[in-house]
Design a protein around this ligand. Structure first.
Ligand code: NAP
Length: 535
């Protein structure tokens, strides 16, 4: 994490001093891979047009939200948000720290007493208003996601629909927080179980799904009667702020939803140390998740963690080749490989290996790389230079240890942080690329002989989020699904996320579940009431 923060700081400083140079590069259409090609430029016409539209609709917010008020950083510091496809500086947002976070916690704490006492129907209808507004603005929100995150516009608009679906689902679930009556062991006693909101929730989210990762946390938290302090990634804060603006418009009262961004360590420390924060919900890297869990121990907070994966995608000899190619492509290359459930290792049985790698490479070759705002593009840039360097080092390691490049394997000629969709064959599970998340458009293919061997390789990792299997045997699909140490298994399907199903991991991929009826439990305390003298 220190390395990542360092790389981000360097990138930002660098960009400040060289913005004029990079503008001239962009005007020349320079596609070289020189460092200047990675520098931010002044805003392009296209970005400017979108930004103007967002400003006029009130969706381009750049300040934090504390107690219902848009607030600058107390020391006036700001942080630039860049478009990874072009280097354009989209906006400068408040760079907050400890003091702002403490105030946001106090606002959430004060708002809790009112929000938690509203009827479930009342909370539900405000959440539904929010859902409606998110959908009404899905085009603009999609453009904002593409601008700051880089994913293709179609995927970005899809993310808005997906994120909004959690708000709708939990608006409905708000009305179904049932308790229990337990038959007593004594005749003059009555035993009851109540479910109550945990209190103030801190929600820390990553850059790869700037809206959906927030919606999956804030939806159930607000439905249960909790209030929240959101800390979005410094790389993609604008979508979070736009969503917060729509939350205000939907009648969610001031203080119920607060947003602070900036210095992650200071904000994280203020959130973990505060006794007023009763729960931390985090999506991001395993390393940061562990730190937050340790930090939360002092005040014994509830903790939910959605961490990194290392998804195996197992293609058996008896699979339908077309279904396997389609599914593997979808799970590997969504968001240019930057999702926690992306296939990280494609395990192919020896009988179908040659056929699969040939057909899969042909399909990958057809993926169009470019600016996510351009028609037909399915592969946007990686989030930043540090991400490309990580991908490069993993590919280099695999090739140096005997893996074979079947397609791609280098930076894309578009420059910036674009990387060629890549397929590598003959990968071994000991290689770096199979041990850690590559988080980029690189598909490592491993060969296996037997079902037992595939299960052993698949489970040989500390991660346990999503796994995929492709087979036409019903017996095998059950057997293998049960043997995989993963929280999510896709059988003949590469896209598994939905608001109605529980999402979460085994082992070091996390704690708790998001989405579905199970997603409510993490935001509720169970209270047992024993009434005596009732005979
Ligand atoms: P990250 O570096 O862990 O960052 C995630 C969030 O934590 C960001 O808001 C970041 O802030 C913040 N953060 C960083 N250091 C912190 C600290 N010391 N205290 C408090 N907050 C801190 O992860 P990322 O690179 O953004 O996201 C990629 C990772 O997320 C991958 O491993 C991926 O698998 C995982 N992920 C998991 C799921 C899931 O559901 N399991 C979903 C999506 C992504 P700044 O960005 O401002 O530094």
């Amino acid at each position: 994490m220190i390395t990542t923060m360092f790389a981000r700081t360097i990138h930002r400083r660098f960009s400040f001093h060289h913005s004029s140079i990079s503008l001239s590069n962009s005007l020349r259409g320079n596609n070289s891979h020189s460092p200047t090609n990675l520098l931010p430029r002044e805003m392009s016409m296209e970005t400017e047009r979108i930004v103007d539209r967002l400003k006029s609709s009130g969706l381009l917010q750049t300040k934090g939200l504390i107690g219902g008020k848009w607030t600058d950083a107390y020391d006036g510091k700001t942080i630039e948000v860049n478009n990874p496809a072009s280097g354009d500086v989209i906006a400068s947002v408040a760079c907050m720290g400890e003091r702002e976070t403490k105030d946001a916690i106090s606002s959430a704490y004060d708002a809790f007493s009112h929000w938690s006492k509203l009827t479930a129907n009342d909370r539900s209808s405000r959440l539904r208003n929010w859902y409606n507004l998110l959908l009404q603005h899905k085009e603009e929100l999609g453009q904002l996601i593409t601008l700051e995150q880089g994913k293709p516009l179609k995927e970005a608009i899809g993310e808005v629909g997906y994120g909004a679906s959690f708000i709708e689902f939990f608006a409905e679930e708000a009305k179904r927080i049932y308790g229990d009556i337990i038959p007593s062991t004594l005749s003059d006693r009555r035993l009851f179980v109540l479910k109550q909101p945990v209190g103030v929730v801190a929600a820390i989210t990553p850059w790869n799904f700037p809206l959906a990762m927030i919606a999956r946390k804030v939806g159930p938290a607000l439905a249960c009667g909790c209030t929240v302090v959101i800390k979005p990634s410094e790389l993609t804060p604008l979508t979070a702020l736009a969503a917060a603006e729509l939350a205000l418009q939907s009648g969610i009262p001031p203080g119920v939803l607060n947003v602070v961004m900036g210095d992650a360590i200071k904000i994280g420390t203020a959130l973990t140390e505060s006794p007023q924060v009763r729960k931390i919900t985090f999506t991001g890297s395993t390393a940061v998740g562990k730190k937050l869990m340790a930090g939360a121990a002092d005040t014994v907070k509830k903790v939910s963690l959605e961490l990194g994966g290392n998804a195996p995608c197992i293609v058996f000899d008896d699979a339908d080749l077309e279904v396997a190619i389609k599914g593997s492509l979808a799970t590997k290359f969504r968001n240019s490989g930057q999702t926690c459930v992306c296939a990280n290792r494609i395990l192919v049985q020896e009988g179908i290996y040659e056929k699969f790698t040939k057909a899969f490479s042909d399909a990958v070759q057809n993926l169009k790389v470019g600016n996510g705002l351009s028609e037909g593009v399915s592969q946007g840039p990686l989030i930043n230079e540090a991400a490309v360097k990580k991908v490069e080092s993993f590919v280099e390691d695999a090739v140096s240890k005997g893996a074979k490049l079947l397609l791609g394997g280098k930076r894309h000629s578009l420059g910036m942080s674009f990387y060629e969709p890549t397929v590598i064959g003959d990968v071994k599970n000991e290689m770096l690329i199979a041990q850690q998340e590559v988080f980029g458009p690189v598909a490592p293919v491993l060969r296996f002989k037997t079902e037992e061997e595939a299960i052993q390789i698949a489970n040989d990792t500390n991660a346990g989020l999503a796994a995929y299997i492709f087979t036409n045997s019903i017996k095998r699909s059950w057997r293998v699904s049960e043997a995989l140490e993963y929280g999510i298994v896709g059988v003949n399907e590469g896209l598994v996320s939905t608001e109605v199903a529980p999402f979460g991991g085994f082992k070091q991929s996390g704690l708790g579940r998001e989405g579905s009826k199970y997603g409510m439990d993490d935001y509720l305390e169970i209270k047992y009431i024993c009434m005596g003298n009732m005979g």
